[in-house]
Design a protein. Structure first.
Length: 305
């Protein structure tokens, strides 16, 4: 009911490099509130260049949460994030009627807004063995194994994401049950309303932005950042775009030029999957990133409804 004065979480989603950070900051300033990051890699203090974290000026422009909040040495799952983020939101909603969340990690956004199914935790040895297989043989054999043991999950999962494939195989090998057995897809009731803003743009323009971003990451010292994380290379957060390709270069599997090309190519593929995910997920209203006035008006109208 409109008279309930329910609190509202405005979630800004979309593909990598589309401009989510700038939009989230604009909204936070307009509504005099704070930003909660739902990006699965920006939690980690040691990962900055390859994750395109907000820079110091952007962090000063609006209060951000879940940026540099954890060390790569810690295991931090989407379920952990759901618990911690909901606790934080209860504090933020005591001060604000509106809070902004931003991120391109579909699983973490879903954890925040709908909740996730409780999944069993696999023994460390299972994950280590699967990670070692991935390092030696690549993703294809793991994808084939997942198709054999859990075709239902294979059909809907982001199977080009090593983290997702390895996690599903972990669950199967630890319990004997496939991931799909545990996924009831029950939406948990939230005490706040959710308004989801999707950002998108012409595909060729987006791809140009991605290519430029990767070049800037290299100029900013991506190689050095990845090299400094070598001892953590089997951590799930480092089995991702920008890091995995650099490790292949360090291992002598590919040249630096090939690594850069692969980062750009895999970033573009990831952007395409992000768009697909968010178009299927939830009730997202789409804008181009420059339509800031329209976005603000849309949110304001939702708050009045």
């Amino acid at each position: 009911m409109a008279t309930d004065k329910k609190k509202t979480l405005v979630v800004v989603v979309g593909p990598t490099a589309v401009g989510k950070t700038a939009t989230a900051i604009f909204l936070a300033q307009h509504f005099a509130t704070e930003v909660l990051s739902a990006d699965s890699r920006q939690f980690y203090r040691e990962m900055s260049i390859g994750t395109a974290k907000p820079d110091s000026d952007e962090l000063k422009a609006a209060v951000h949460h879940f940026i540099d909040s954890h060390s790569i040495e810690e295991e931090y799952s989407a379920g952990d994030f759901e618990r911690d983020a909901l606790g934080l939101l209860s504090e933020l909603f005591a001060k604000h009627d509106v809070v902004i969340a931003v991120g391109g990690s579909g699983l973490f956004v879903r954890a925040l807004t709908e909740g996730l199914d409780d999944l069993p935790k696999a023994p460390d040895g299972v994950r280590d063995r699967l990670n070692e297989q991935f390092q030696k043989e690549g993703l294809l054999p793991l994808k084939q194994r997942l198709l054999e043991v859990d075709p239902a999950y294979y059909e809907v999962a982001d199977i080009d994401n090593p983290q997702r494939v390895i996690r599903a195989l972990e669950v199967y090998e630890a319990t004997g049950n496939p991931m799909s057995y545990y996924q009831k897809n029950e939406v948990r009731e939230r005490t706040f309303d959710v308004v989801t803003i999707g950002l998108n743009m012409d595909r060729s323009e987006l791809y140009d932005r991605i290519n430029v971003r990767v070049d800037r990451m290299l100029e900013a010292g991506l190689q050095e950042e990845v090299r400094s994380l070598s001892k953590f290379r089997n951590k799930p957060a480092l089995l991702t775009v920008g890091y995995a390709e650099m490790f292949d270069y360090f291992d002598g599997k590919i040249s630096l030029e090939e690594a850069v090309d692969k980062i750009k190519q895999n970033s573009r593929r990831y952007a395409k999957r992000q768009i697909t995910w968010f178009k299927k997920y939830g009730n997202t209203t789409w804008f181009e990133p420059q339509e800031l006035d329209s976005i603000v008006q849309f949110v304001a109208d939702k708050l009045k409804a």
